[in-house]
Ligand binder design. Structure first.
Ligand SMILES: NC(=O)c1ccc[n+]([C@@H]2O[C@H](COP(=O)([O-])OP(=O)(O)OC[C@H]3O[C@@H](n4cnc5c(N)ncnc54)[C@H](OP(=O)(O)O)[C@@H]3O)[C@@H](O)[C@H]2O)c1
Length: 331
């Protein structure tokens, strides 16, 4: 059974790939740059063993370039879509780096490539289904995504979700809360300010609830989803960590795990948006107004979501935020 993982060199896709390989699965890692994916996975024991056993292969493909995708999806049993554009959440429309181009259109392109390789869906009594033998489709979505959400990232992901649900493929959508871990580019960046500033700046009041997910838990859950396909066919799963905290509390815990004390400086969101409006014209486009809104938003699961996940996957063990942070920030 070959599992295609898009974004396999990324933060989330990298953890998913490692957990699948740990579970003995065969993975085809898909990225625009095979070199980056190879370097990432050859850097750990699991990846090296899988390479030696021929269970880890690489394919270069770009979700924004439909011609590159049929070869990537050919012969796979499952597609796990965990690609994200470089620099997210800072969109750069001039370079095609947007949620619409990668999350929405990239997903449509992947489904189109599956139709090209496996045959278009045919009508049945209920709805059109892809021919048997077509891959199952798993998509990494976000906890704030809903039909009502109006932010550009939520809209693009909602449209991607709708395309998947209506595709005729067997699907699972994982709506994850904010993920953290040794190589994340969000929490680590904020904590990095404490290396040289006497305070830690964030946009907004930092009071919205978050259920942060240790990135290893995403990998753990996806490996369970793959091992138990019937539990999650045509289902949306909401994934959050066992603790719900505010960003202020998360930062305090993270700083404590690093053995530091720093006050948090709250930059009002309107001021942050003005900063983004100016900085979007600087070389490298370091910030945009929308990116300020993205990083300042919360995102939590309810107890009902946690109970549903526990019922479906009793083996799943979420990592508490103190333990998760302590795993890599602890001195
Ligand atoms: N991180 C979180 O907290 C979080 C939470 C919830 C959901 N998610 C979702 O999880 C997914 C992955 O996020 P992430 O944080 O892991 O992102 P990431 O670390 O930035 O990784 C992005 C990956 O996508 C690949 N990629 C970029 N552009 C591509 C393209 N055009 N075609 C094919 N591959 C492309 C990159 O490799 P190359 O550049 O080599 O192609 C890289 O492997 C996203 O859908 C994100 O919304 C993330």
């Amino acid at each position: 059974m070959i599992i295609l993982v898009s974004g396999a060199s990324g933060f989330v896709g990298g953890a998913i790939t490692r957990h699948l390989l740990d579970a003995g699965q065969e993975v085809r890692a898909m990225n625009r740059s095979t070199a980056a994916a190879m370097q990432k996975h050859a850097g750990n024991e699991t990846g090296r063993r899988a390479l030696a056993e021929g269970r880890l292969t690489f394919v270069e493909a770009d979700v924004t370039k439909p011609d590159t995708l049929p070869a990537a999806v050919e012969g796979v049993d499952t597609v796990i879509h965990a690609a994200q554009f470089t620099g997210a959440p800072v969109e750069n429309p001039a370079k095609g780096l947007t949620y619409a181009a990668v999350d929405r259109d990239g997903t449509l392109n992947l489904i189109g490539a599956i139709a090209q390789v496996y045959g278009a869906p045919t009508s049945g009594p209920a709805m059109a289904r892809f021919p048997s033998g077509s891959p199952r489709f798993l998509y990494m979505s976000g906890i704030t995504v809903s039909a009502e959400a109006r932010e550009p990232w939520d809209r693009a992901k909602w449209q991607a979700e709708e395309a998947i649900r209506g595709s005729g493929l067997t699907w699972t959508i994982v709506r994850s809360c904010w993920a953290y871990g040794p190589n994340d580019s969000a929490l680590n960046r904020i904590l990095g300010y404490s290396d040289y500033l006497p305070f830690v700046p964030i946009f907004g009041r930092g009071e919205d609830p978050l259920s942060p997910v240790f990135v290893e838990d995403i990998g753990q859950l996806i490996a369970l989803l793959i091992a138990n396909p019937d539990n999650s066919a045509d289902t949306t799963v909401k994934l959050g960590g066992p603790d719900t905290v505010t960003l202020n509390e998360l930062l305090e815990l993270a700083l404590r795990a690093k053995g530091r004390r720093r006050p948090i400086l709250h930059i009002p969101k309107p001021l942050g948006r003005v900063q983004g409006a100016v900085m979007q014209f600087l070389p490298g486009r370091p910030l945009t107004p929308d990116a300020v809104d993205f990083v300042a938003q919360g995102g939590a699961v309810s107890e009902a979501d946690r109970a549903l996940l526990a019922e479906r996957f009793p083996e799943f063990r979420g990592t508490g935020v103190r333990e998760g942070l302590g795993n890599y920030l602890g001195r």
